[in-house]
Each structure stands twice: as C-alpha cells, then as structure tokens.
Design a protein around this ligand. Structure first.
Ligand SMILES: [Zn+2]
Length: 843
C-alpha cells in the first residue's frame, strides 16, 4: 500500500512539475512576492548531510514567510542511496538527486549548495565519516559556502553533541557547521579562499530540534526552553494560494527516487531551534531579531529602500508597469553601492522583477539538443516587450560572439526574431557534472577549479546577453542557450543544450566474471553524435589478458545511430582482476568516454560523460548445481551476477509458487527485503519451507525487522530474530567460526582472505537471536563494538538446508568481489557434496 500511495502522489505531482525547466512567467502576485523578498536583507543557511535531510517546512517558512534569502547546504549529493524510479546508482544517482534538490528549491524558494563530500555509505560514527571524507577538505567547503553566501543565521538539521545516535554523516554535518561558524571569519583559516571571497561572521547558529530529540513529547514539554526559539510555520499565504505546509510537501515530494512522495499536512505546525552560538534574540519567534534586515543595512541603501518600500506598500496588481520608473531609479542607485555582495545579489533580483513587470520575453534556443566542439549551430534569438514601456534592444552577444543584431526598438507585443550561426570553439569543454570530471577518493570528489566548489551544477557553456535600454536605462539580461522542442503528448519542452564528443563507446556490462579459462565475446557499442563518422576502436586491457584483434573499423552514417563490434577476450590462467576500456580513434582524436543520459519528467535531462570501463575478473570458482530460482525482493542485480558464473537463473513470480513448482531448482534464493515488500510471500512461505524440508536449499538475504513480524510467524523454520546489528566497515576483520561447516569448504575453500576487497559494508540487519539448530559461520564487528555472529546462519531442515544471511552480497557481486562469489556459490552448493559422494559410490 505504501508503494501504491507513493505512486499516486508521484504521478499527480509529475503533472505539475513536468515543465519545471521551462521559463517561469510571473503573475502580478508573483512579482509582488518578489518585491517583498527584494526588501528583506537577511540570509539563512540550513545545513545537513543528504538530499532529503532538509526540513522543507522550515526552509519554505524562512523563504516565504520571513522572506529571507534561504539556502540548503547538503554536504553530499546522496550518491549512496537507493533508487526507486530507475537504474541510476552511485555517482549517477548523485546527479539525479542533485537535480531533485534543485527541483525542491524551485518549489520552496530556497537555493542549493553542496560540498565535495561523497555519500560513500553508512557510517555509525562521525569519527569514521570524517576520516573517509577528508575532514579538512569538507570543512573548507562549509567555510567557503558561508563566506560566499554570508548567512546571518545558520541552522543545523542535526545535533553535533550526540555522535552515534544517527548516521555518522548527519552528526558530522553539524560538527563541521559548528566549527565553520567561527572559522569563516578567521583570515588564517583557508586563506586561499580569500582571493575569491571575503571573511564573514554569521550572527547565530541554531540546531533544529524537536520533541523527538528529547525522547518523548512529555519530556519535551517539561524541558527548559530558555535557549529555544519557537515558530509556527503553518502559515497560509493568500498571494501564493498555498500554505507553508503545502509548499513544503510539494518540495520534499520532488525526492521521487527516494520514494518521498507524501501526503500534505495542513494547519498549525511547530518548529523549534536551539541557540548554539551567538546572542539569544529577544523575540523568541524570530531568528533575525536584532539584525538589521532593511535596506539601511548597506551603505547607500536608505535611498533605495525609500523607493522600494513605497512600491511594495502601494503595489498596483492590476497594472504593475506603473512602478517601472521607480524600479529603474532604484536600479541606478543600486549600481553605485560599493558593497559588491549586496549589489550583485539585489541587482539580480531587481532585474528579474523589471523583466517580469515589462512582460519581457528574451530567449536563445537551438533545435538540436547537442553539438560537438568545432561545429556551428543555429541559435534562434527572440526578444519581445509586452508593455508600453520604451524598450530598445542595443545588442545581443552569444558568449563573446556579437550577433550583429542592430539597435532596434521593441514595440509592444511585436516579436523580434533572428537566427544566428553560433560557433562552438574546438576548446569547448564537454557537458558533464563538474565533480565527476576527475577521479575522486572514496569520500571526496576532486574538483580542480575551486570556483566551482559549492555550486549545485556545472554552469551552462553558452549564454545570450541581451543589452537593453529600458526607458533609457541600460540593463543587461543574460539567458542560457537552451534546446526547445515540442512533444505531441507533452507540449513545449525546454532542455539543456549540451556539447558532447562526436562518438562515445560503452560496454553492456560493468563487470565481467570469467569463472574458468574460457574466452568471452565482448560487445562494444559505438554511438555517433555527428553524421557520417568513421574511425577505429581499440580495447585497452591489462597484463595477462588477451584479445583476438587489436583494432576494428566502424562507420556510422547518421547521428544517433549505433554500431556494435565484438572483441574476443581470453582470461589469464590464474585468478586476476583487471579492467578493459574502449578507445575510439577519430580524426586524430582519442575518445575514452561513455555517455549516460538521465531523463525523467520532474528534472531537466542530464548528460553525463564517464570513463568507459568494465571490470574483468578471472575467478577460479567451483559450483555444484545448475538451476537457481530467484524470488526478487526490493530489487537487486544478483540474478545477472549468478548467470555470469554459469548458473541458470529463473525469476520466480511469487504468485505461481506451488508445492510442486520449486522442485526443479537446485537452490531457491530470496532477494533483498523480499519479506518486507512482497506481500504474496505470506501465502507461499510454507511451500518455500517445504521445499527445503524435502531436500532443497533456501537462501534468504537481508530483511528489515520492522515489517514482516506481523505477517509471518517466522521467516525461518526455527526461531530467528532480526536486529539492527550491522557491520559498516567493509574492511573489518572476519573470523570463520564454523571451521568444519561445508559452507566454508565446498566446493570452494573459504578463508579470511576471501573477505578482502569488499565494498561499502559487510552487511546489515543481522539476526541477534536464533534457535540452536542454526550454526553461525562467521564472526565480525566494527571498531569498538561487540562481535556479532549473526551475519551468516545455516540450519539443516528435513532433508535440506536453510540459510539466512545479512551479508551484503547485493553490493559485492555486482562489482565483482571474488570472495563474495565463492561464498555465494558455496551457499548454493550446500548439500550437493553428499549427493556427489553418493553418486560416486553408486558409480
Ligand atoms: Zn540523511
């Protein structure tokens, strides 16, 4: 039901955000709201660790009720999460979640920032997180964001004083913020930043607390609230036609890939923030109390304020253009302000308002979604004035290129159009997320251009600058060059205009397992991003591996078409891990990237170039049995991984399970969280257990304890209690405690070295209590914690076997971890050693 609800909320919402990337036209009430925000000179920054950590209620309240400039600094891009709507994982998921955050901010009125921290996976303690992130780098990024954004008020989502009570990333975000609050104003801290920004002292630091952090509502009621500010954030905004809660829910429902589509709460809503640093406001409902948030705050601001407050006070909703002369006067005064920070910020806000009030439509678009460096492309320029105001178009520049548009008057509602041939310089960088350009570490992205650090996305490569004179006042307006097209079922659509290589190549699989010495045919697909290209493709490969031919020709006539070539790869005789990459040679250039498009309706389409690479692993793996039945749970890639080592894997539709249907399998495997998400299993559980009883092998992977309790008396044939025990350090020591059990001997000998090279974690939701019928096979623990023996349990049942494991095979197999393959093969082979011995005796 949760899923159904989620789906309904999502699909309703998609309708309203389908064109989120299309230019926004402002109504009179929108313009009025923007003027209110223009007249508030105060800034708030919210800080947490992940996309979806942010309290959109508070962000929406600060941005729309208080009218502060409000930002959210998410230290990571959420690369380590799961994806409920598509195949993107790891860095590609980070790209998607970045866009979902931007979509959320478009709804709640905030701005978005990131650090270079990579969401590498779960950590229990901030000490572990900060070691992997490289604390100094991420602290520098928090300081940089504070110095650039210059917040008066910082609000932490998490408590810096309680390590171990939540994800290590969470506590770390609060600890770094606590430290950065003072460092931002210290010239000795990160002095290299001071050439592009200046020191800044925020006035107050808060922690966004709630009753939950006190243990219960009663305890919170009784708690001392001297240092707490309280805000009722349930405001209804008549000019927006929405309540703050409604905006907040719409914003957080943008996190579709995390399944955050949710119902809207309405009515009064309490938020509490606890003062950590700075002075306690007298008005304990206003975090800005005592801070001058008027135009008087800046030198030369008073005269500007006198004009703009008057416009706000006497705003003409019927004919807002009457305010234009006054706004232009304010614009000119603003250009004399010496404080660059406020001048730039308020100039941007004010020009947007002037443009909206004049009904200006300024656009530069292409009819192609991408091009290559060295090409030229048609750009359509459109300029339209929809008011009686005198607007002259002086010139239009596409980057540095003068479009030779002559000085012309934009008459009311007369569209000016011109087609321009835009040269794309050979030196133009390909479009791609800037943080993925260089190889990073496990915890930190490498960003060479420090100006980009903190930005949510790569700035667009091509912009059109329209130099206008409005009532004689010169104002430049800059718009990115976009790709515009129509879809019969969706209408007008705007997408980013991209620059990509002339061709890219990719493999079908990201990991190839060679379970024996046999060679494999490797398909490589070349895709053309330009008409009529031909060249050669080579395969780069590691020592000990062999291919049949070094270089192959390709020739593709049309842009968008593909050609697949095959290389035959022979593995080394002994175990080996290496990688292969295609190199395209085209007109003297080498291209080693693959192209990934991320396309969803709720975010702009993303173009990502990644190194094209496949991991190749030569294993010396033995297996017994052939046919595996797989019951998919929440979704994992194990069936493909098992096929790679030669198993015949059939996906089982749970509704088709009968007493007879499982008999044909050598083992039946349940995918991750199967008992949590597949309701049908409650009717089929007895057939699964009977299958084991009659001689089969059942392998159950991790489930969370929360949901299956009510539906299943027991998911195992004997007592088994699932806990929240997990071992998050993928390098933690593993001890084999069931040394005589066939699980560690047949058909592959397992020793401690098979636990080398695991990724992200050892496992999760290990049982902590079990019947004595179970044999615990392994023992492991995270640093400073007690050992757990629940990661891999086996019990004989009738003539067969039942295995329960919380080990993270769903992470290890898809990335080709040899030891994990061997152990999994042993689980599938349980009991087959006896069968074979019998067969031998018979023979
Ligand atoms: Zn989080």
């Amino acid at each position: 039901m949760r899923y159904l609800l989620g789906f309904l909320t999502c699909s309703l919402f998609v309708l309203s955000t389908l064109k989120a990337q299309n230019p926004k036209n402002s109504s009179s009430t929108d313009i009025y709201h923007s003027i209110e925000k223009l007249n508030f000179l105060g800034t708030a920054l919210y800080i947490a660790a992940h996309p979806d950590d942010e309290n959109t209620r508070l962000i929406a309240y600060l941005a729309n009720d208080v009218k502060a400039r409000t930002g959210y600094l998410s230290l990571t891009r959420g690369d380590g999460g799961q994806n409920l709507i598509g195949p993107e994982l790891r860095e590609l998921l980070g790209v998607l979640r970045t866009q979902e955050l931007l979509a959320a901010r478009r709804v709640d009125g905030g701005e978005q920032f990131f650090s270079r921290a990579n969401d590498f996976g779960y950590s229990k303690l901030p000490s572990e997180t900060l070691k992997i992130w490289d604390k100094e780098d991420i602290l520098a990024d928090v300081v940089r964001t504070i110095r650039k954004f210059k917040p008066d008020v910082i609000i932490n989502r998490f408590d810096h004083r309680t390590p171990g009570t939540t994800h290590g990333h969470h506590t770390s975000s609060a600890m770094l913020s606590f430290e950065a609050f003072d460092l931002a104003n210290d010239t000795k801290a990160f002095p290299e930043q001071l050439s592009s920004t200046s020191t800044w002292q925020p006035r107050r630091l808060f922690f966004n607390t709630s009753w939950w952090f006190y243990g219960s509502q009663e305890k919170f009621k009784a708690a001392d609230k001297t240092n707490l500010l309280h805000m009722d954030v349930g405001t209804y905004y008549p000019i927006l036609g929405k309540s703050n809660n409604e905006i907040a829910s719409l914003a957080s429902s943008q996190h579709l890939c995390q399944g955050f589509g949710r119902l809207t709460s309405r009515g009064s809503e309490d938020e509490y923030i606890e003062l950590l640093k700075g002075d306690l406001p007298k008005d304990k409902s206003d975090p800005f109390d005592g801070i001058d948030t008027t135009w008087n705050r800046i030198d030369g601001g008073k005269a500007i304020g006198d004009i703009l407050y008057d416009v706000q006070e006497n705003f003409n909703f019927k004919n807002p253009t009457v305010h234009l002369p006054k706004l232009l006067e304010a614009y000119q005064l603003l250009q004399n302000v010496t404080d660059e920070h406020w001048k730039n910020l308020k100039t941007t806000q004010l020009t947007t308002i002037i443009s909206a009030i004049s009904g200006l439509h300024l656009e530069a678009f292409t009819k192609t979604s991408f091009t290559n460096p060295g090409q030229n492309v048609d750009v359509q320029i459109q300029a339209l004035n929809r008011s009686d105001i005198k607007v002259e178009l002086k010139s239009v520049f596409l980057n540095e290129q003068n479009t030779n548009i002559e000085n012309s008057v934009l008459k009311n509602n007369q569209l000016l159009e011109k087609k321009i041939d835009l040269d794309i310089p050979v030196s133009t960088n390909f479009t791609s997320p800037y943080w993925l350009m260089e190889k990073g570490t496990l915890g930190t992205y490498t960003v060479k251009n420090s100006d980009l650090i903190g930005k949510p996305e790569t700035p667009r490569a091509f912009n059109a600058t329209f130099n206008l004179a409005i009532n004689g006042v010169s104002i430049p307006f800059t718009k990115p060059v976009v790709y515009k097209y129509a879809k019969p079922d969706k209408g007008e659509i705007y997408q980013p205009f991209e620059v990509i290589p002339e061709a890219t190549a990719n493999f079908t699989d990201k990991v190839l397992i060679f379970a024996n010495a046999s060679q494999k045919k490797i398909p490589v697909t070349v895709k053309a991003h330009k008409d009529s290209i031909s060249g050669t493709i080579e395969l780069k490969y590691g020592k000990g591996w062999q291919i049949d031919n070094k270089s192959q020709q390709f020739s593709i006539a049309k842009k968008g078409d593909e050609q697949t070539v095959y290389f035959t790869l022979t593995p080394p005789a002994t175990e080996n891990e290496s990688s292969i990459s295609p190199i395209i040679k085209l007109n003297g250039k080498e291209i080693t990237k693959e192209l990934v498009n991320i396309a969803y309706d709720h975010v702009p389409t993303q173009t990502v170039l990644l190194p094209s690479e496949t991991k190749v692993v030569r294993l010396n793996i033995q297996k017994a049995g052939e046919n595996i039945g797989y019951i998919m749970g929440a979704g994992d890639e194990l069936p493909t991984s098992l096929e790679q080592i030669g198993y015949n894997v059939q996906l089982i539709d749970p509704s088709t399970i009968t007493e007879e249907s499982l008999k044909k399998y050598d083992a039946v495997v349940l995918g991750i969280r199967a008992y949590n998400v597949v309701d049908e299993l409650k009717f089929k559980q007895r057939f699964i257990l009977d299958y084991a009883k009659n001689g089969g092998t059942v392998v159950v992977q991790y489930n969370t304890a929360s949901r299956w309790g009510a539906q299943f008396e027991n998911i195992a044939p004997y007592d088994l209690e699932i806990s929240r025990d997990r071992v998050t350090n993928e390098n933690s020591d593993v001890k084999i405690i069931a040394k005589d059990n066939s699980l560690v001997h047949f058909p592959n000998e397992i020793d401690e070295s098979d636990f080398n090279g695991w990724v992200q974690e050892r496992g999760l939701y290990f049982p902590n209590k079990w019947s004595e019928k179970f044999t615990p096979v392994l023992e492991m623990h995270d640093e400073g914690e007690e050992s757990t023996k629940g990661s891999l349990l086996i019990a004989p049942y009738g003539k067969g076997n039942y295995i329960y494991t919380g080990l993270s095979f769903f992470r290890e197999l898809p990335v080709g971890v040899p030891g994990a393959y061997k152990l999994f093969s042993n689980m599938l082979s349980v009991g087959k050693d006896k069968v074979e011995t019998k067969a031998k005796i018979k023979g």
